[in-house]
Design a binder for this molecule. Sequence first.
Ligand code: SF4
Length: 404
Amino acid sequence: MSSPLARPETDACPGALRLHDAADGPLARVRIPGGRVNGVQLAALRELAEEWGDGHLELTSRANLQLRALGGAPPARLAERLAAAGLLPSPTHELVRNIAGSPLLTDPAPVTALDAALCADPALAALPGRFLFAIDDGSGDVAFSADVAALPSGTILFGGRDLGLRAPAGQAVPALLAAAHAFLALAEQNASSSGRRPWRVRELTDGPARMAACTAAALGVTLLESDSSVRRQALREPIGAIPHRDGRTAVGALVPLGRLGGDALRTLETARALVITPWRGVIVPNLPAAEADAWMRKLAGAGLEVGADSRWAGVTACAGRPGCAKSLADVRSDADAATRAGSGLPVHWVGCARGCGSPAGPHVRVEATGTGYAVARKPEDDGRAADLVPVAEVAAVIAVLRKG
Ligand code: SF4
């Protein structure tokens, strides 16, 4: 068993320039800050997937997009094409543009401003590829899984905790950048003293509190009383027509197993703007109410799920076989066979104990073992032996465990 100290200094998160050598060929992960992408960019990605990959785009748990099986892609041409589409604005910072945004954020300008400021700060290119910023709309849907997050009230959360830092109106971006610098300084101290360089704030001893104190000192402000009303909210998976306060409408759809193929991509490309969600969904935002029905029909016709009663609501899976060499099963195929309509806790299927893409909050984990699936509630059942069940019985066990 490897020692924690044996972990490499640098995380190995794939990117658009640093491709991952997956079992089905090179994999590129394209950062999509806040999940915001437009139809022209999506078309550019589809063309790349059709020309050099497996013809699909994969949605990740951070609302990024992946191209798989890029065996024929010349890396330099791939980078050029992504840059031309505005999807690779900074070669030096491409791995650190990890910005979660609430999918229903009515004004995405803070996401764009944070992305630009991050890319303009040379020192922050040293952030780990796993460090996550969030711009939350106050619903708490993305803030609590981030290393540092801004809420509309000005509250800055560190590792999901309110430690009393308040950014004045319009100052969230400088506060988030100061927090990232604080993390880098603390990570450096940790690497010097213990030989281990953390990738996330929770890996630092007393990380959120120390990061908040350093950030406040850098900004020249005092930490206030924390606000205990700031709490993690239940998962919000936008499906169907969602009215906005301004009279406009968003239409949300689930992408079964997080894979978008040609028909769905060609349909989505006709939208002016799109939002990829961390729950493997896609939203067409800011529609005049009269267009919402037409979009519901178009998305459903392209194989996406627009009904809240979809069997895919709350269900996600990692890549599994054949894309991942570590996988002990074709989890997507097994998930397709075993998924029934249901409600309650989210369900995440994984091909091995690494658990890639697992939801941050409570969920049911269905893990391939090579001799069936270990099904357990997480984090509640951590440390307990999970039920080991053959694939034919997984659906029934999931139904019970989802009820929480
Ligand atoms: S959880 Fe395991 S099988 Fe699934 S993608 Fe990660 S490493 Fe591969």
